[in-house]
Every structure is written in structure tokens, then in C-alpha cells.
Design a protein around this ligand. Structure first.
Ligand SMILES: [Zn+2]
Length: 261
């Protein structure tokens, strides 16, 4: 790890008070969640369904094959023991310190909330909520989980229950988009982590940032590297751990792949 870059990052955090974090799948891989495209990702490892994960997680597939959808969804999203990692906890500490104003995430795992973060904008929804497609009645998470991949049906009207997740072919919730744009356009420091910004609409949000400094933490190069004041290619967990150490900010340092039960 480059000490100077860590010091630069820490200094940017020190001099900022309206930080926004924009994150993607790379934030949760240290918690054991699979991302989509990497070697160990869903795309390359989940082959038993004979259709790619993106197809299973699409609106039309959900309607045509809810049984396959729920089997996949249960195994890879709902029934995980994933727990927050040091990145999630560092962000929670930054929020508590009054530095961080919002987390905008493309993840649906709910791990930022589990780590105690308050202002989390979930662009793609959350696996922590399920509701009836007809009457919108919410089905408690534990009830959906208890079906172990079976299709949940509404107790009131017997229509199918769906996760509060934005599926492929569906558009983002307008109020969520508005909240994200508001947060980014009033931010004084934008930290982008664990996302290649390659997928629409992630990249578009960044255009609303009017502040001076962007810090980018991602394994691979992104189209915004030139725009960033500091670019890290290292593990996002390690970057945050080292930076929090320089800042002298205490945080719950959980450094293991499986997280805690
Ligand atoms: Zn219903």
C-alpha cells in the first residue's frame, strides 16, 4: 500500500464534511458475496441453471419461471450468512463522525444497514424486503426465507410475492434516483468504491458531482480514473482500514472473508 496515497485520502476526508460514497459489488466481496463478472463471480460459477444470472434476475424470467428464480435467489442472495466487513464499518464510523452524508449502493445485500449506517440509498433495492405483486402487502423476510427457495404467495390475495429488488428490464425507482442525484450534487468529496462504473446507470450519476475531489478504489481501471484525485487498485477493505488508522477514527474492524454470524 502506498502510504502517500493513504495520507492524501485521509487529508481529503479531514477537509470534507459532505462526503458521499458510491459503491458496487466490490464492497461486499470481502463479506463473501459473489459479484457478477470476476472469476469467482456468479456469471462464471453458477452454471446449473443453464441460463446466466442476469437472465434469471430479469423481470420476464421472474414472470415465466418463478420457481427457478426463487431457487437461485434463495441460494445466492437470501440465504447467505454474509456480514458487514471493514469497509461497511469504516463508512458507518465516518457517518457517525459527521463526515459522510450518504451511501449510494448498487448492492442489494443490506450490509450497510447491518453495519449501522443510517443514510443508505439502494439503487437496486434490497433483499431484506418482499411484497405482494398485487396488493403490495409485505411478507416478513423470515417467512420468505423459511420457504427455502420455494415461491412465496401472499397470505391475503394469493398472488406471487416478489423481492423489493430492481430486476433487469425494470427501471430504477424515481424517488431513489432523485435522492442519489441530490446527495451527489451536494457532496464535497465523492468516494467511488468496488465498482467499475461500466454498467448503466452507475456512470451517469457521477456526472452530477460538482465538488473538486473524487477518490476511486477499484481493482480494475475505470473511465473516471483521469478525473480522480486519488486512485487505488488495492483491496477496498485494506484502503479503508489504513485510512481510518491515519485518521485516528475508531471503527469495528472485521477482517475476515466470511464475516461474523
Ligand atoms: Zn396480496
Amino acid at each position: 500500500m502506498d502510504d502517500n496515497k493513504i495520507k492524501n485520502f485521509a487529508e481529503l476526508i479531514r477537509s470534507s464534511n459532505r462526503i458521499v460514497f458510491f459503491g458496487g459489488a466490490g464492497v461486499s466481496t470481502e463479506s463473501g458475496m459473489k459479484d457478477y463478472r470476476s472469476e469467482d463471480g456468479l456469471y462464471n460459477t453458477v452454471t446449473k441453471y443453464q441460463v446466466p444470472p442476469e437472465t434469471i434476475l430479469s423481470h420476464s424470467f421472474f414472470e415465466r419461471h418463478p420457481d427457478v428464480f426463487y431457487d437461485f435467489y434463495y441460494n445466492y442472495f437470501l440465504n447467505t450468512t454474509a456480514a458487514p466487513n471493514r469497509t461497511h464499518y469504516a463508512l458507518t464510523a465516518l457517518e457517525k463522525a459527521g463526515k459522510l452524508k450518504a451511501i449510494i449502493t448498487q448492492n442489494i445485500d443490506g450490509l450497510h444497514q447491518k453495519a449501522g449506517s443510517q443514510h443508505v440509498i439502494e439503487l437496486h433495492g434490497t433483499v431484506l424486503k418482499h411484497y405482494c405483486t398485487a396488493c403490495k402487502t409485505i411478507m416478513p423476510n423470515e417467512q420468505v426465507k423459511a420457504l427455502a427457495g420455494g415461491i412465496p404467495f401472499c397470505e391475503k390475495c394469493h398472488h406471487i410475492v416478489r423481492p423489493d429488488v430492481v430486476l433487469y428490464e425494470e427501471s430504477l425507482n424515481p424517488s431513489t434516483v432523485e435522492a442519489a442525484v441530490d446527495a451527489i450534487s451536494s457532496a464535497d468529496l465523492l468516494i467511488i468504491g468496488g465498482t467499475s462504473l461500466a454498467v448503466y446507470p452507475a456512470a451517469n450519476f457521477i456526472l452530477y458531482f460538482k465538488g473538486k475531489h473524487i477518490v476511486l478504489i477499484n481493482r480494475d481501471a475505470t473511465q473516471y480514473d483521469d478525473r480522480a484525485s486519488v486512485v487505488f487498485r488495492e483491496s477496498i477493505g485494506q484502503v479503508f482500514e489504513d485510512t481510518m488508522h491515519v485518521l485516528g477514527l475508531p471503527f469495528e474492524n472485521v477482517n475476515n472473508k466470511k464475516g461474523r454470524a
